[in-house]
Design a protein around this ligand. Structure first.
Ligand SMILES: *Cc1c(COP(=O)(O)O)cnc(C)c1O
Length: 460
């Protein structure tokens, strides 16, 4: 009989010998532990040694209701006993139809196109937008405008409209060239400038880019309110209000990438709900395209949806043989199991006032983490709903960053692993993005461990 420790170490060794892990310099695992997980429940992951880890990042922002939520497990088992998968061209099924209806209702958009991950959803939105212009007699509109520090995924099209250096630079020769516009990111605001003023002023760059490039531009793509992979950098919703107005005025689509921010993460159902069409109306802005994934299935199965308008849809509706149809597909488009998991996730969402609960939990997170505001190596503690981020800097007063090779964030991560909290950072940004189901005492453990980890990581 093997001991638990032997099983544990053996699995780590086999993983390092056979698997190429995502978003990882594999050599780091010479000093950074690889954690073999055996099971999960609620906010907890359990490794093969029986050690538990609080999942403070919702496993890359997907498990919004924790792991193995009983409603999702039940609905998924029922679906598995009924229909596993079917080709989605020429065939349809209840879970995909019901989910499309629900998403149309929740997003106030008219059509749902399925894909199977976030990057693929972004590809679909980019292709659909430029194809729309071609179909409507403006084939020169093929470029995109994107924000600096944005992130939209890793496939070549999605990577091209992202601006996170580390991820993009190696593939530069392969990528189309969008127009990058300075982000309204409020970490960059001057002393004494409000978030609103900073974001409003930053819009001048977007207005200028639209004036210069609208004639050749299909769409502007943005992450609403929070540039997540770019270090949880945040901006004011006024920017989205201004962007919606300007896109309409310039005849350019707006693609709102809600892949990370959707489903209540920022305190509203959609981050774009924070931005109103104008001062008088309570009507939130809508993109011409809205990309959804991550939280969509509550972290159960890969699925994505691109929501769009009837105006876009109708520009593709024509006799076959014209170039007008949107001939894009994935083998697993509209997978019934994934759709059932998404419906179960929405069922949980509707079962309780999660937005109100998230406001309470978010407040508790702030109460604990705001003690870091006076820490000598903390440049900012910022929060938007259930996303709280701490920006570490060598000298915040002089805006001197820690050199990347010092891996300060990873030191916090390593401390978290020791203490049983999963706190995977983004460079020198440590963030909390827990499942909505987290309890007060778990918030205590998570925040205490993050604060301790930051103290240790910035000691020398
Ligand atoms: C994660 C993410 C993506 C890419 O989704 P994948 O499923 O990882 O391909 C795209 N946009 C945003 C804003 C994301 O956070």
């Amino acid at each position: 009989m093997k001991t638990e420790a032997q099983t544990h170490n053996e699995l780590v060794q086999r993983s390092l010998a056979s698997v190429w892990h995502p978003c990882t310099q594999m050599k780091d695992h010479e000093w950074l532990p690889m954690v073999p997980i055996a099971s999960a429940e609620g906010v907890w992951l359990t490794d093969t040694d029986g050690k538990r880890y609080l999942d403070a990042v919702s496993s890359w922002w997907t498990n919004i209701f924790g792991h193995r939520h009983p409603v999702i497990v039940k609905r998924l088992k029922e679906q598995l006993d009924t229909l596993d998968h079917v080709i989605f061209a020429g065939f349809t099924h209840e879970p995909a139809v019901k989910l499309a209806e629900k998403l149309c209702e929740l997003t106030q958009l008219d059509r749902c196109f399925y894909a199977d991950n976030g990057s693929a959803a972004v590809e679909v939105a980019l292709k659909m937008s430029s194809h729309y212009w071609r179909n409507t007699g403006k084939p020169q509109k093929t470029r995109f405008i994107a924000l600096s520090n944005g992130y939209h995924g890793e496939t070549l099209g999605a990577l091209a409209v992202g601006d996170t250096g580390l991820y993009r630079d190696s593939y530069k020769p392969l990528l189309m060239q969008p127009v990058f516009v300075q982000s309204p990111d409020c970490f960059e605001r001057g002393a004494g400038t409000s978030w609103e003023d900073h974001s409003r002023r930053a819009f001048a760059h977007m207005e200028f880019a639209l004036e210069q490039h609208a004639h050749e531009t299909a769409a502007v793509i943005v992450e609403p309110l929070v540039q997540c992979a770019g270090g949880m950098r945040m901006y004011h919703p006024i920017y989205l209000t201004m962007l919606r107005e300007a896109c309409t005025r310039h005849g350019v689509h707006l693609i709102v990438d809600e892949i990370a921010t959707g489903f209540g993460r920022t305190g509203m159902l959609w981050a774009s709900d924070w931005a109103k069409l104008d001062r008088e109306s309570a009507q939130p802005i809508r993109g011409d395209f809205m990309c959804l994934s991550k939280g969509l299935t509550g972290g159960t199965l890969p699925l994505a949806a691109v929501m769009t308008t009837n105006t876009v849809y109708e520009a593709f509706y024509d006799d076959y043989g014209s170039y007008k149809a949107f001939l894009h597909s994935h083998s697993y488009t509209g997978n019934p199991l994934a759709c059932a998991a998404a419906l179960a996730t929405l069922e949980i969402f509707e079962s309780e006032n999660w937005l109100a609960r998230n406001r309470e939990v978010g407040h508790l997170m702030w109460m604990r983490m705001s003690e870091l505001l006076s820490h000598p190596h903390v440049a900012e503690v910022r929060q938007q709903g259930m996303i709280l981020a701490v920006e570490l800097m060598k000298n915040p007063g002089k805006k001197i960053a820690y050199p990347a090779e010092e891996r300060r964030g990873l030191r916090v991560y390593r401390h978290g692993l020791e203490k049983g909290v999963l706190l995977r950072p983004l460079g020198n940004v440590v963030y909390l993005m827990p499942p909505y189901t987290i309890e007060s005492k778990e918030v205590e453990l998570m925040t205490k461990t993050a604060i301790e980890g930051i103290a240790i990581a910035t000691r020398d």
